[in-house]
Structure formats: C-alpha cells, structure tokens
Ligand binder design. Structure first.
Ligand SMILES: *Cc1c(COP(=O)(O)O)cnc(C)c1O
Length: 407
C-alpha cells in the first residue's frame, strides 16, 4: 500500500516536471492516460473513461485491438523499415486492397491526414499545370478542416485561422457549404479543383446535400477540374459505408484517408484514378511513405472493418444513438441532433460545451465539443448498444448538473 502511494506521488512529481518540458499547444486535463482496451481508457490512478471521441475518430476498432497488437508483433519481427526507395510486401498488398474496395486505381501513402491532403493539393496543381494551362486555384468550403500544415491550413475554412501564420499559401477560395451559386461564381480559368469533406467533422458535423455534390460532379466534368473528397474523418466505415462518397452516387477524382485507417497507428493515404497518375519521380514522397509497419497495420485494420462488416454496424449503432439522443433532447433542450453513421453531433441550448466536456470527463466519459454550442460523438465503430446507453446516462447526469434544460 505504502509502496503504491510512493509510486503515485513520484508519478505526480515526474508529470509536473515533465509538463514543463512540453511546448504548450493544448489545454489538457491533469490526468495521464496509461492504458486502453475496447471502448475504455484508464489513467495512471486507475480511473476508467468511456471514450465517445474514439481517440478523435481514430480508434476505429477500439483501443489497443488484438489484431493491431498481433500484426505489430509479427511485422516488427520481420521488417520495421526498409527505405522509401524499395517496395515492401505489405505496401503492395495494402495498395491492392484499397483499390479493390474503392473506385480508385492508385494509392499514395503517408503518415498524417494533413500530409495526404498536401499530396492531393500537389496532384491537383500538377494536373492544372499539365492539363489546364497552369490553373492552380482550389475551391474549398467555409467551416471546413483539412489539416495543420501551411497549405492545408490555407485550404481550411476556419475564421480563427484567417490571420494566423501569414502570409498564407495562396490559391484557395472559400465558399459556403451547399451553395451552388457561390461555388459556380468562384470557378474561373484558374480553377484546377474543388476540395471538400462530405460531413464536415471539426466544423461541427455539417452534411453535404446529395444534389449539391452531384451538381458539383457534373460541373467538374464540364470544366475539366478535379473533385477532391477529404475522407480523413468520414472514411473506413465511419458514416455507415466504407467511404462517405458511396452515399452520394458520385465518384471523386481524388480521395484522402487518415484517422480510422490506422486504428491508432499514424497512417494516411491519397487515392486517385489512373488518368491522374501525373507525378514524376522526385515530385512527391517522404521518408515514411509506405513504411512496412504502417502498411501491415493499415491492411489488417481495413480487412477487419470489411470482415466484421463494421460499416453496417456503424450505421445501425448510429441510428440507435440518434434515436436515443432525440429522446433526451426535450429534457435538456438539445437540438439539431444529426449525423451519418457514427459521426454525430447535437447543439446545446447555451455555450456550455467545454463545461459539459469537463463534467463528463470527471464522471468517466470522454466527449468532444468542437465549438461552444456543439457536442460531437464519434466512438469506435465497434461500439455496443450497452456503451451507448451508459454514455447517455452519464451525459444526462452531467446536463442536469450544469443546469441546462429546455426553455
Ligand atoms: C483530422 C483531419 C485532417 C488532418 O489530419 P491529421 O492527421 O491531423 O493531419 C484533415 N482533414 C479532416 C477532414 C480531418 O478530420
């Protein structure tokens, strides 16, 4: 007992000192996460947290899934890294798997979502250079999120970033979601692509209309410009289909994947059709692009999502989650309950998002508030009905405690 206390105190000391060594970029709560299993995380004090942020829409198979542990063990015993100059077996097999299950023919692998989007932006600019007389502008949406590199921040339509890290990368024009007139007005002879999320994730779960996307597709065909869909948050079963574009009856020219594709391992991909295989050696690459460990993990995660039909499961559980949220909504004044599959959100009657997140965390539940009036839920695709019921109990208690109610 004494020994446990000692260790705990020591851990506390170490953490306070160590915190001083981290560059400050985020307000993090005090607890230190130590272990994960399925829907739960545990901190160093042994407290359990039911995770309805899914590691930020990343842990598609839940925390520390056995398949990922096994494949890491096996692949790390065989080959951890060769070099970006060589093929490796998992790289070839994983690329083949992704092209088999999508409308695309070619894959470029990277480590983070922003990097995959950088690849998409570069490919669109290359296309503009060789096929459209040097057109380079990309139309993106307000309220969108495409990453944190300079180019992807410039592509992102987030007003808080408008004047951050100036000068921005030029060549991006932002238009409101589901507004065809605004998009058509922005298209010019300089345009090489339109880039969008089908469900805006970080923006607070705003869904692109089917007719809007279908019309954009036709416009892209008419003008010869590329349609880029950022599926970093929506891809790999999250919205109830393997890829969100499947809901729309539309095929993009380029798609990017990240987050859930690695189940927690840093991995992303940019996919395109064979007619846009335009890079020449040296144009695009990276030390870890197609890295064997990442490739083996990604292949295992995607295969698991296919074998266990986790897209269908996400669809069913998402419907149940929305239904139950609607039943709670009257009591606490929750509104605009929305989502696709397990990418869901609702609005609060007051700007208490951060307070509600903190209150839930204290009670052992992790949720996310992308803005003060919005709560977003994106649990693992493997979430059970009992987990959803448990989440709703804690959420209701927390809503009661902070005193929100229907007006
Ligand atoms: C998270 C996210 C990104 C950025 O991915 P990182 O891995 O953080 O670089 C880009 N686009 C969308 C839609 C995202 O949700």
């Amino acid at each position: 007992m004494l020994q446990t206390l000692d260790t705990q105190e020591k851990e506390q000391d170490i953490s306070e000192e160590a915190e001083q060594s981290l560059l400050f970029t985020a307000n993090r709560p005090k607890m230190i996460m130590e272990r994960g299993e399925g829907m739960y995380l545990w901190d160093t004090e042994g407290n359990a947290y039911l995770d309805f942020s899914g590691g930020w829409a990343v842990t598609s198979l839940g925390h520390s899934p056995a398949v990922v542990q096994d494949v890491l063990k096996e692949q790390s015993g065989t080959l951890i890294h060769s070099s970006p100059a060589f093929y490796n077996k998992p790289m070839l097999e994983f690329a083949k798997l992704l092209t088999d299950i999508s409308c695309f023919d070619k894959v470029f692998f990277a480590s983070s979502g922003a990097e995959a989007n950088e690849g998409a932006i570069k490919l669109a600019r290359k296309y503009g250079a060789v096929r459209l007389n040097g057109a380079y502008e990309i139309i993106t949406l307000t309220n969108s999120f495409h990453g944190r590199t300079l180019a992807t921040m410039s592509a992102t339509g987030k007003s808080q970033w408008d004047h951050l890290y100036e000068p921005k990368v030029s060549g991006f024009r932002h238009v409101p979601i589901n507004d065809l007139d605004a998009c058509f007005a922005a298209i010019s002879e300089n345009t090489c692509a339109i880039m969008l999320e089908l469900v805006q994730g970080e923006g607070g779960i705003h869904i692109v209309d089917q007719s809007y996307l279908q019309t954009l597709r036709k416009a892209c065909d008419v003008y010869g410009i590329l349609l880029i869909i950022d599926e970093i948050q929506t891809g790999i079963g999250r919205t109830g289909r393997m890829f969100a574009y499947e809901h729309y009856g539309v095929e993009p020219d380029i798609m990017t994947l990240g987050k859930g594709i690695g189940g927690g391992f840093p991995l992303s991909a940019m996919l395109t059709k064979k007619q846009y295989d335009l890079f020449e050696p040296g144009d695009q690459g990276g030390t870890y692009c197609g890295q064997p460990l990442a490739m083996a993990v990604g292949r295992a995660v995607v295969q698991e999502v296919i074998d266990r039909k986790l897209g269908d499961h996400a669809h069913m559980q998402g419907e149940y989650l929305l239904l139950q949220l609607r039943r709670l909504s009257g009591t606490f004044g929750l509104s605009k309950i929305r989502g696709k599959g397990l990418l869901t959100a609702f609005d609060l009657p007051a700007p208490v998002g951060a307070e509600l997140v903190a209150r839930c965390l204290h009670k052992g539940l992790i949720i996310n508030s992308p803005s003060p009036f919005v709560i977003r839920l994106m649990p693992a695709l493997t979430v059970a009905t009992a987990d959803i019921d448990q989440m709703l109990l804690i959420l209701a208690e927390a809503c009661k405690e902070i005193g929100i109610a229907a007006s």
